[in-house]
Design a protein around this ligand. Structure first.
Ligand code: IPM
Ligand code: MG
Length: 366
């Protein structure tokens, strides 16, 4: 019996979470997937209901769950909240308190969508890269993080970029292990030309590489990585990078595939003493307030995040493949939500896309 915590959150979060729950129901009925699901508040929605975007109760429930399925947080109505109350704090606290240090962000171009990218189809067709982003360190959490007032009255804001050897070591090992299962190529992106954290990053990854002689390691400056991603993205297989560069580069990589609405992610913690591992799965798109509540959102990223949960938390690789195949099928059949709409295709909303995926699951499961 798997314990799943659902945190739908804000904007389109609840809609894509509903879609994902329907897929969970399909697995319960057809694949003997036994689970208990509970919901908890997070983000702006939590702030409205209980006065905090990161309720203690949600964190406690998350610690008891085998996997968290996360929707999205944020929205313009909360833009002016003080920094520590912003909806994003909910997500950041989950990452920190559950030590979800390894963020896996695949960017995979579905064949049916190679024309939906803003890049030429030959640049993106067959694209399959994995960005491994460090998620609990760096400038997101470094101290001091503060705004002070100088004697002359102007303000001074400080964020701190900080990494220790062990933080770099553990994320690099995750990346090397994954590279081993894929194309045996790892690119490490940092700014060792201007940042001491980059110098340390390069030293540690070079040291870890000695344990992985079968994986080809290259070092790349993060700005060059951003450029190479649009110039020739297929040169990459796995890329490992820090929290902030990973945030930026993964959005860029996502858009190569046609739509950020397509891409899932997994955030994994360290193995715990009881053999389990905390894990959170979320679509990498945000809360998309402009289309929230209209039934238009693309549920594929959230549904593919469930596929990642099957693979990394529930040890059900076959169920993950089934789901990925079902998504591939509906795209090949021409179903499109607005964000990936192309001429001559069949435009559907969130529910229509989910119906199509459930039907495709029946088909591919035989
Ligand atoms: C992401 C998001 C988050 C981040 C926000 C919502 C805090 O952009 O998961 O990439 O910056 O990490
Ligand atoms: Mg981001």
């Amino acid at each position: 019996m798997h314990n799943i915590l659902l945190t739908p959150g804000d904007g389109i979060g609840p809609e894509v979470m509903d879609a994902t729950s329907r897929v969970l129901g399909w697995y319960q009925k057809n694949r003997k997937f036994e689970f208990q699901a509970e919901e908890a508040l997070i983000g702006g929605t939590a702030f409205e209901k209980v006065g905090r975007s990161d309720p203690d109760d949600t964190i406690a429930k998350a610690k008891k769950a085998d996997a968290i399925l996360f929707g999205a947080v944020g929205g313009p109505q909360w833009d002016n909240l003080p920094f520590h109350q912003k909806p994003e704090r909910g997500l950041l606290r989950l990452r920190k308190d559950l030590e979800l240090f390894a963020n896996l962000r695949p960017a995979l171009c579905f064949d049916a969508l190679k024309d939906a990218s803003s890049l030429k189809p030959e640049i993106v067709s067959g694209l399959d890269i994995l960005i491994v982003r460090e998620l609990t360190g760096g400038v997101y959490f470094g101290e001091p993080k503060e705004t002070t007032t100088l004697p002359d009255g102007q303000k001074r804001a400080v964020d701190t970029q900080v990494y220790t050897t062990s933080e770099i070591d553990r994320i690099c090992r995750v990346a090397f292990d994954l590279a081993r299962l894929r194309g045996k190529k790892l690119a490490s992106a940092e700014k060792s030309n201007v940042m001491v954290t980059g110098v340390l990053w390069r030293q540690v990854v070079t040291e870890v590489a000695k344990d992985y002689p079968d994986v080809a390691l290259t070092h790349i400056l993060a700005d060059n990585a951003a450029m190479q991603l649009v110039r020739n993205p297929k040169q990459f297989d796995v890329m490992v990078t820090d929290n902030l560069f990973g945030d930026v580069l993964s959005d860029e990589a996502a858009q190569l595939t046609g739509s950020i609405g397509m891409l899932p992610s997994a955030s994994l913690g360290a193995k715990r003493a009881d053999g389990k591992q905390w894990a959170l799965y979320e679509p990498i798109h945000g809360s998309a307030p402009d289309i929230a509540g209209k039934g238009l959102a693309n549920p594929i990223a959230s549904i593919l995040s469930l596929a990642m949960a099957f693979r990394y938390s529930f040890n059900r690789g076959e169920d993950a493949l089934l789901l990925e195949k079902a998504v591939d099928t509906v795209l090949a059949e021409g179903f499109r939500t607005g964000d990936i709409m192309q001429k001559g295709m069949n435009q559907v909303g969130t529910a229509g896309m989910t119906d199509a995926i459930l039907k495709a699951l029946d088909k591919v499961a035989g």
